[in-house]
Design a protein around this ligand. Structure first.
Ligand code: NDP
Length: 608
């Protein structure tokens, strides 16, 4: 099929052909069980859930005291909430974290090759405040983890933090106007405010492959890398894999980063692929502080805002980051003027053309980089750009030119058929492996609160999940809900998101800290009225773009509930992150009292 050039609109026939090809490829992969095809890593596979970095947690006495703010989760969400609370002068903060230290995603994920594919100068938060300037355009995971630790130290968040500890319940006590927080280490303490920052991709998952439990070789999930077995470090050098047959399941953003290093160190590597990722140019390089203008006050905040505006399709001035994320957004702007109906640009048609042009470029890159034509054909992604998380690598595709790497395409059987004691079966062929690595991702949007693992009991004993099941999600700006006083939730419900998620989290943290500070100042409780929630739901519902058809036609993945589509509804603010952040800033200035009500009784304060 001829490929349209990047700046030439495709003909109607080319568009029709691509749509048909996408439909057929989708059918090869979609499974009737949808999200039910996965299983948790924590049940029979308990060892997957262990913490390989902290070892057995040291014994400690349970805490029974009182804090101003309890933050559930010590990833960037929790760290940012803590930092922004400190800036507001809040003294008494306790972070409770399952891992052995701060870092969240970057604590758990330490696999070889780990980097962030969002530019480090916009991804790493609080660079203006910490004075830290990353050395590389794309930061390695360990640098990001250390930045999390640095930030937590600078804002005194280690004081009072509880590590290797999971919160097991949050219960509102009307008599004291405080939350009772219990944990799996026997703690039972009180907090006037609770901020939940439990992440959206934190629960590793495994495919429910028949026979998975019978496999006798060594196995682990990428988010619990077993360096004791493989040797080496995130830079590679896995001497433990020399001469071994290694399999890896999954070719998403994680697989694309880890596979080139496994290819170097394994005796033979089998890559079990169901859907190929789109693998675009990465362009890793060192960047000097001068190049990013780090001598100017506020340089990092300005750069981050520039990136957010460009990827959101807003006016931003010159493109400071200039990588494949921002260039993909610019492609649409370039094509938009060619698609006019009645004098107005036809956004959907231009969007589809830009999408086709971007994907054709990505498919052409596979052909150029991979020498074996059968392997190259299997590595070409046939779906729209926005259907799956794009990836970026300059070493992934060439890894398939090695004689000791075999790509096993599992699409015709909708994934791996079954597993045996010795290995993996695809198309009736058994591939024996000594070690099998699962790069199979995470349960999405399942934080402690939304999974039910962390029961939240509000005023009059109303359970948060039960209330949501009955009345649908209700909130003001996604943060606070009636019946759950002084509970502030960070996450992705009824607010706006973007690909640079630490930026989103930081805006949420600023907002959460402002709510706490305003409530403290006015001796009030943070709790919106049902009317304020109704009004916010109307805002989310009105003008929501109809994306249901788009996701329903996409190849299956976690973006569309494994092919089931993503229903429209008041689940997100419809006008994007830039507008949402502006709205929050204005609201904090003019209307913050809308979320506050006088406190009923004087709470217990200080430490007993
Ligand atoms: P994903 O969920 O994106 O990928 C899971 C992989 O496992 C897919 O390739 C999937 O195939 C495959 N798979 C699942 N079941 C089977 C099966 N039965 N047989 C064969 N293959 C199977 O997880 P990742 O960990 O790669 O990424 C998760 C998210 O984490 C990313 O989307 C991104 O948001 C984030 N991330 C960010 C990075 C960054 O640099 N910023 C780096 C890494 C991750 P299929 O696609 O067909 O379902």
């Amino acid at each position: 099929m001829p490929l349209p050039q990047c700046d030439t609109p495709p003909t109607p026939q080319e568009t029709a052909d691509l749509r048909e090809r996408y439909r057929r490829e989708r059918e090869r992969r979609v499974r009737p069980e949808g999200p039910g095809q996965y299983r948790s890593t924590s049940a029979e596979f308990g060892y997957f859930a262990a913490d390989p970095y902290a070892g057995e947690p040291a014994d400690r006495e349970p805490v029974r005291d009182v804090v101003d703010v309890a933050i559930v989760g010590g990833g960037f969400g929790g760290i940012l909430a803590g930092a922004r609370l400190r800036q507001q002068g809040v003294a008494n903060i306790r972070v409770v974290e399952k891992g052995g230290d701060f870092g969240g995603t970057w604590y758990w994920n330490r696999y070889p090759g780990i980097h962030c594919d969002i530019e480090s100068h916009v991804y790493l938060p609080l660079l203006d405040e910490t004075g830290y300037v990353p050395e590389w355009k794309y930061a390695p995971g360990e640098e990001i983890r250390r930045h999390a630790v640095r930030t937590a130290e600078q804002f005194d968040l280690y004081e009072d933090a509880l590590f290797s500890t999971a919160v097991t319940s949050l219960t509102w006590d009307e008599s004291t106007q405080q939350w009772c927080v219990t944990t799996d280490r026997g703690d039972a303490f009180r907090a006037t405010y609770v901020i939940t920052a439990t992440g959206t991709l934190s629960e590793p998952k495994l495919p429910g492959i028949p026979g998975i439990e019978t496999y006798r070789g060594h196995t682990f999930h990428t988010s619990r890398w077993d360096y004791a077995y493989t040797g080496g470090s995130p830079e590679g050098g896995m001497t433990g894999l020399a001469g071994k047959r290694v399999g890896v399941v999954g070719t998403g953003a994680t697989g694309v980063q880890v596979i080139p290093l496994l290819a170097e160190d394994a005796g033979h590597l089998y890559v079990f692929q169901r859907t190929p990722s789109s693998v675009d140019v990465r362009g890793q390089r060192r960047m000097s502080p001068q190049e990013v203008g780090a001598e100017r006050p506020g340089w990092a905040t300005a750069r981050r805002e520039n990136f957010l505006r460009i990827v959101s399709g807003e006016d931003a001035g010159p493109d400071l980051v200039a990588d494949r994320w921002t260039e993909s957004a610019a492609l649409l702007e370039k094509l938009l003027p060619s698609f006019r109906r009645d004098g107005e640009p036809d956004f959907e048609a231009a969007y589809e053309a830009a999408d086709h042009a971007a994907m054709n470029g990505i498919r052409a890159r596979v052909t150029a980089e991979v020498t074996d034509p059968v392997t190259a054909a299997a590595l070409q992604p046939w779906y729209r750009y926005a259907c799956k998380r794009p990836t970026f690598s300059d070493t992934y595709l060439p890894a398939f030119n090695r004689a000791d790497v075999t790509l096993v395409d599992t699409a015709d059987s909708h994934g791996i058929e079954r597993m045996t004691e010795r290995g993996v079966v695809v198309g009736g062929v058994e591939y024996e492996v000594d070690c099998l690595v699962f790069a199979t991702g995470f349960s999405v949007g399942v934080s402690g609160v939304t999974s039910g693992k962390l029961p939240v009991s509000g005023r009059d004993g109303v359970q948060l999940l039960a209330a949501r099941a009955q009345r649908g999600p209700r909130s003001l700006h996604g943060f606070t809900s009636n019946g759950f006083p002084n509970l502030i939730q960070m996450g992705s419900m009824q607010n706006a998101s973007s690909v640079n998620f630490t930026n989103i989290l930081d805006e949420q943290a600023v907002h959460a800290a402002a709510l706490v500070a305003a409530a403290q100042e006015r001796d009030a409780v943070v709790e919106p009225t049902p009317e304020a929630e109704d009004a916010w739901i109307r805002v989310c519902a009105q003008g929501a773009p109809d994306h249901e058809w788009f996701h329903a036609e996409c190849t299956p993945g976690y973006y569309n509930r494994e092919g089931r589509g993503r229903p429209n509804g008041p689940t997100a603010y419809p006008h994007g992150a830039v507008a949402f952040h502006d709205l929050l800033r204005r609201w904090r200035k003019e209307n913050i009292d809308e979320a506050l009500r006088p406190r009923a009784t004087t709470p217990v304060v200080g430490r007993p």
